[in-house]
Design a protein around this ligand. Structure first.
Ligand code: M6R
Length: 606
């Protein structure tokens, strides 16, 4: 949830840290701070609010130079938003930054109190600094090894010891850390966006290993002090991808990047007109040797899973359930070696999804993950990975990561059915060919912003609204609703259109907006009846209809018609409409859509 960075090298560390924090700000943005070695010891500067505020404070505080330091952008979990609770935390000789949660911090705090040691903040992270300091007898590695035995929970730490200038030590359990050694120095951070300026090659710090960063190298040892060589990874995007490139917000930029992300995700997997996972090393036996599928994920990724269920069941006639990861993991799910558990995650680090994956593996299920971030925990721990290629997604609201997740579940459903023989080669070819058209279909859809902006202007004062749909459109309604809520703060609910009259229709009164998705011909007539039901109770209806739908003008207040497309692929178009509705409604309300309140991009805590 928080963003962390450490740098030691031969260029200005303060610049590296502040630029890195700016890039990482999407991970947490209630306060930020840096610490760096000076000739007179470690200096710490903190500020509540944005990284730009911290940068101003750093500039006015001093013109000292630094070559080694750590920085943190916070998303509060323990203790409110204040400079005291902001990282880095210092105790004794230890200064550290932390991402994660130390679950037993209260017990540890009580023990430390017996020695007369009291924290100044309300954070679990300061307690971790105190524990490490209490283990410290001039040997950083020994102190960290001893301390982590006492710390329970998820963590990624970057630690500086007062009497080891120029060195940064790091360790992680659960929370991500990636690092690279470059000619400018060694750099470590919670994710690649902070490193990309310096290198496209990096490694993921293995869990329970200690990294020692100096200006010249990074040395990694396990807890028995055996040195290891990390597996190097490479990203194929660059700095431009991690910048706004002229767009006002990352969210809008990422909406516009969807044709390219879809192309990169789909086209390498269609060989001779058929879906093909040989380059992903996913064998057909993964699909033929199972009798049920569980898809588990959180938020938007779970909504992609709802579409996946529809497609896989439709083509393979194999039962699929979709579970929210935070529910799945505590419900003693029925799993065995004939179950395939598919986890979907943009970040590959969502704590609940990772825990669900681990549970599936413990119970002998086969696992496949659909992940965007290379080398992330979920990708590394799954039996098989199907990477989506959206590039970095910076806006908290997921847009391009969602549509590439859709592309991935479509590919899985086609390959699955082909392997099982429930789709013929000819049928599969036709579907694959249509999927290949999605980048240009979405490109075409991007121009519907002109129709949506005025509708959003009308929605901006709304207190509450509803999304309704059936089948694939219901799954999309769920996504439309979360998107609108998270960036515009307008309350909304997604309802299966036929279910509305079993209670919720009581909330439909004069002028309540209802966004009705009606892109599926097989349930179109039913949707029309549902729309009439809400209209007759005063609803203002914004209808998204499929191509060729005969819509009576009196049925809705606004009509958006998708360009011609096979109904099964309509979600790719409807998703763009819903993303624009969220984006333009939020911007019409004057909100910062990239950094919505209370949210973080990657939810690495429970
Ligand atoms: O990184 P993940 O895909 O695992 O994240 C899951 C959710 O936290 C994420 O999709 C969230 O719902 C988005 N902010 C929604 O736009």
């Amino acid at each position: 949830m928080c963003g962390i960075i450490g740098f030691t090298g031969n260029i200005n560390a303060k610049d590296v840290l502040l630029q890195g924090l700016k890039a990482l700000e999407y991970r947490g943005y209630d306060s930020a701070g840096i610490s760096y070695f000076t000739e007179n010891g470690i200096r710490t500067i903190k500020a509540v609010g944005k990284v730009s505020g911290l940068a101003d404070k750093v500039a006015s505080a001093s013109s000292d130079t630094a070559k080694c330091g750590i920085g943190h952008t916070r998303w509060a979990t323990h203790g409110g938003v204040s400079e005291t609770n902001c990282h880095p935390h210092r105790f004794g000789k230890v200064t550290l930054i932390h991402n994660g949660i130390i679950e037993n911090y209260k017990e540890l705090q009580d023990e430390l109190a017996k020695e007369g040691k009291e924290p100044v903040s309300q954070t679990d992270s300061e307690i971790a600094a105190m524990v490490i300091d209490s283990c410290y007898k001039n040997n950083p590695v020994r102190a960290i090894k001893k301390a982590v035995k006492k710390l329970h929970g998820a963590y990624a730490f970057c630690i500086m010891f007062e009497d080891h200038p120029g060195s940064i030590y790091a360790i992680r359990n659960g929370s991500p850390l990636v690092a690279t050694a470059t000619k400018e120095g060694a750099i470590i951070a919670s994710d690649m966006v902070a490193l990309i300026k310096y290198s496209k090659d990096y490694f993921v710090l293995p869990e329970h290993h200690i990294a020692h960063l100096t200006a010249k190298s990074i040395n990694i040892t396990d807890l028995d002090q055996n040195e290891i060589e990390p597996d190097m990874l490479h990203v194929n995007w660059d700095m431009a991808a991690a910048r706004k490139g002229g767009y006002e917000y990352f969210m809008l930029k990422e909406i516009h990047e969807q044709p390219e992300s879809l192309h990169n995700t789909i086209s390498p997997r269609i060989k001779d007109g058929l879906p093909d996972f040989s380059a992903d090393n996913i064998p057909d036996s993964l699909f033929t040797d199972i009798n049920r599928i569980v898809i588990t994920a959180c938020g938007t990724a779970m909504h992609a899973g709802l579409i996946g269920k529809n497609m896989i069941e439709r083509f393979s006639r194999i039962p699929v359930t979709v579970d929210i990861a935070s529910e799945f993991r505590y419900q003693n799910p029925i799993l065995d070696s004939s179950t395939l558990v598919i986890t979907i995650s943009q970040s590959g680090e969502t704590a609940d999804t990772l825990a669900a994956l681990r549970l599936a593996k413990e119970n002998g299920a086969k696992t496949l993950s659909i992940v965007n971030v290379k080398g992330s925990s979920i990708a590394r721990e799954s039996d098989y990975v199907l990477y989506t290629h959206a590039g970095p997604e910076i806006a908290v609201a997921s847009t391009k990561a969602y549509t590439v997740q859709l592309a991935a579940v479509y590919l899985v459903s086609f390959r699955f059915a082909l392997a099982k023989g429930t789709l013929t080669e000819d049928e599969t070819r036709k579907l694959a060919a249509t999927l290949l058209e999605m980048p240009s279909f979405v490109e075409n859809m991007l121009s519907c912003d002109k129709a949506i902006e005025p509708i959003s202007n009308k929605l901006k004062k709304t207190k509450s609204l509803f999304f309704i749909g059936r089948g694939l459109d219901y799954a999309l309604s769920c996504e439309g609703s979360i998107k609108l809520k998270e960036v515009s703060y307008i309350h909304s609910e997604a309802y299966a259109a036929g279910e509305l009259k079993h209670g919720t229709i009581s909330l439909i009164t004069d002028n309540v907006p209802v966004i009705a998705l009606a892109t599926q011909e097989n349930v179109f007539a039913k949707m029309i009846s549902n729309i009439r039901e809400v209209r007759s109770r005063g609803a203002k209806v914004i209808m998204v209809a499929g191509t060729g739908a005969q819509v009576d003008a009196s049925l809705c207040d606004h009509l958006i018609t998708l360009p011609p497309v096979n109904d099964l692929f309509a979600p790719f178009g409807a998703a763009i409409v819903l993303q624009y509705i969220a984006y333009y409604t939020a911007t019409a309300r004057g909100l910062n859509v990239d950094q919505p309140r209370n949210l973080a991009k990657s939810v690495t805590v429970e």
